[in-house]
Design a protein. Structure first.
Length: 278
């Protein structure tokens, strides 16, 4: 029973592994024994973190592949290269998304429902659904041929329930843009379709709740992203607080390991009870 959560022998591909959640996911996957974790990242973004991982875990256990995920042909070519160079891939974690004005995360509130543009909605859908679809298509059917594998889509409670705009009243913080929630709902639909089409490959989702990045400043955060706003968010949680990124790792390990061998088509909410109170 003690080996249920072990990732020994597994080769794992993760998109956006140098992001806020991605860094914690990569460390967790390696800590639980993954033979190799392959990060697909935007050019130049993951190099420093990659060096950090090599220093701690060794060069044989981590790989960094760079590509602009908006470039379909280049991405398809890269995925073929990964399969050729790494042979069998056991796990895929679709984590990448773009948080920027292009997807509605803007300090001028241009991504709010009443102002959102066609470009913002379509870009959100491309980053939130198409990127995961393309990776699932390429790696998922290779797993299906082997008769095993696990795919996890990093979704959001925003794809389950609409987030009330009242949470943002009195703050300059940009409301959670509608394109984000729509895209994450699409990602959850992709998870269910994939679980059906790719079986016996297991396909699930993990939806992190309010887990603020307090160590880094983001342009999309706006001027009013202060403790008072986080306090308001915490009031919505059954557990009475916002979450920490390391609290997501256990859920991911569960979904990609043998501990969840009879789990597929499931969305694991790690949100402190937020969804119950939205």
């Amino acid at each position: 029973m003690k080996d249920l959560f072990s990732l020994k022998g597994k080769k794992i591909v993760i998109t956006g592994g140098a992001g806020y959640f991605g860094k914690h996911f990569m460390r967790g996957l390696l800590d639980f024994g993954a033979d190799k974790v392959i990060n697909v990242e935007y050019p130049g973004r993951g190099k420093d973190f990659h060096k950090e991982l090599i220093k701690k875990y060794g060069a044989k256990r981590v790989s960094l592949y760079e590509v602009d995920l908006y470039d379909d042909k280049a991405t398809d070519k890269l995925y073929k290269k990964i399969l050729k160079e790494n042979k069998n891939i056991d796990v895929l974690v679709n984590n990448a998304f773009e948080f920027s004005p292009r997807t509605g995360f803007a300090p001028d509130r241009s991504g709010a429902f009443e102002k959102a543009t066609h470009e913002q909605i379509s870009t959100s859908f491309e980053a939130g659904v198409w990127w995961a679809f393309q990776a699932t298509q390429k790696f998922g059917f290779e797993m299906k041929k082997r008769g095993k594998g696990s795919i996890v889509n990093i979704a959001s409670p925003a794809g389950v329930r609409a987030i009330s705009p009242k949470q943002y009243e009195g703050f300059e913080h940009t409301p959670n843009p509608p394109g984000y929630g729509i895209a994450k709902a699409g990602l959850l639909a992709l998870m269910r379709y994939s679980a059906t089409f790719l079986a016996p490959v297991r396909v699930n989702a993990l939806s992190p709740g309010a887990i603020p990045n307090l160590k880094e400043k983001h342009e999309h955060a706006g001027k009013g992203y202060k403790d008072a706003f986080l306090d308001r968010l915490a009031e919505r949680m059954a557990l009475g607080r916002c979450g920490r990124p390391e609290e997501l790792v256990g859920g991911l390990i569960f979904l990609v390991s043998d501990a969840s061998s009879y789990v597929t088509g499931h969305n694991l909410l790690i949100d402190g009870g937020w969804t119950m109170h939205l």
